[in-house]
Design a protein around this ligand. Structure first.
Ligand SMILES: Nc1ncnc2c1ncn2[C@@H]1O[C@H](COP(=O)(O)OP(=O)(O)OP(=O)(O)O)[C@@H](O)[C@H]1O
Ligand SMILES: [Mg+2]
Length: 336
């Protein structure tokens, strides 16, 4: 297995929500590859479209939302072309999502053991109930849950335990891709640290690929191999984790990192980025970050920059790193 092998190829993905006040572009022409075996962090302020992107990868966008452009190739399977039953099958087996509150994805009237044995038997229908239970016991032990909790119902478990059960389910299903959306937000610091250790361990052992959606740069620093940064529905930077932390390119990434305690950039003090993310029904013209950007130039409000490669493993969506077109080409706010 090569880490450069692409597991999920996302091309030009857009998702819109039809709201009372207009069309809200939650994900705007996003292109990204998720590589087999990696932990890819997806970060950005609240409301920038991280969960929407994650759900789109599972084709779980619900009304009033719609995928309005793009191609999604998961292991060369054209996700948007699958019929609903094939999609359900895939969702229940190869791609799995762990939410902030796993209560919403666990069945309240099913015991822990039933969830896991069902997942095992989906793939291996020949496994007897007794054998499946033994395997479930083994799995929850590995996840740090005593196997006498197997007969508990989800509401008997703590938030941290429910998250572990969700991970257990993904493992029992032998998911290739786990999308963890703010999976640690409801955990206390100690349980969070245990959960991260567990993810790290399992990831190595099971060759999991993880899309780690979070606000928390500390978690990203600990766990991610690469990081994608999103702002106002657009991807603005993609880099290997060390590169991103030591040398952020996009002014938004820089702002995000400066706002994290313990991460020192130059002599920079902890600071709060000015302003707030825009209304996605009426986003700013050009680069959506321009009204907040300390390095804004004239062109930034007039023409969209392109999300493009500036070095190996490095993409940025910013006029600072691409040639500004000849002035006469963009006078009047549009390219010709
Ligand atoms: N069901 C919905 N109906 C209308 N708008 C929605 C819906 N779901 C999300 N949105 C809008 O889409 C945008 C992106 O939301 P999303 O939940 O993807 O952001 P996020 O980055 O995951 O935020 P957070 O960090 O707070 O979880 C927001 O403006 C949000 O209000
Ligand atoms: Mg979210």
């Amino acid at each position: 297995m090569s880490i450069n092998e692409i597991l999920y190829n996302i091309q030009d993905l857009s998702v819109e929500f039809h709201t009372r006040v207009g069309i809200l572009g939650a994900v705007d022409h996003a292109s990204l590859d998720i590589r087999r075996g990696e932990v890819l962090g997806l970060v950005g302020e609240s409301g920038c479209g991280k969960s929407t992107l994650g759900k789109a990868l599972m084709r779980m966008i619900e009304e009033p939302g719609k995928i309005t452009s793009g191609k999604l190739l998961f292991d060369n399977i054209d996700i948007l072309a699958l019929d609903d039953s094939r999609m359900r099958e895939l969702r229940g087996s190869r791609i799995s999502m762990v939410f902030q509150d796993p209560m919403t994805s666990l069945n309240p009237v099913q015991r822990v053991v039933d969830h896991i044995t069902e997942a095992i038997q989906v793939h291996q229908s020949y496994v007897t109930d007794k054998e499946a239970r033994a395997r479930a016991a083994n799995l929850v032990d590995r996840l740090g849950i005593s196997h006498d909790r197997l007969d508990d119902y989800p509401h008997h478990l703590s938030g941290g335990m429910r998250q572990r059960v969700m991970i257990g389910l993904a493992l029992a299903l032998r998911a290739d891709l786990v999308i963890a959306d703010e999976a640690t937000t409801s955990l206390d610091v100690i349980v969070e640290a245990q959960f991260l250790d567990l993810l790290r361990e399992l990831r190595n052992e099971f060759d999991l690929t993880i899309l780690l959606i979070t606000h928390n740069m500390g978690i990203v620093a600990e766990l991610a191999d690469r990081v994608a940064v999103m702002y106002a529905g657009r991807l603005v930077e993609l880099a290997e984790v060390n590169q991103l932390f030591s040398n952020p390119k996009h002014p938004y990434t820089e702002g995000l990192l400066r706002a994290v305690p313990n991460i020192q950039l130059d002599e920079g003090e902890l600071y709060k980025m000015a302003g707030s993310p825009p209304d996605l029904v009426r986003p700013p013209s050009g680069c959506r970050f321009h009204p907040r950007c300390p390095k804004v130039m004239e062109i930034c409000s007039q023409v969209d920059p392109i999300f493009k490669s500036i070095a190996p493993n490095r993409m940025v969506n910013c006029w600072l790193y691409q040639e500004v077109p000849d002035e006469k080409l963009w006078v009047g706010g549009s390219t010709q």
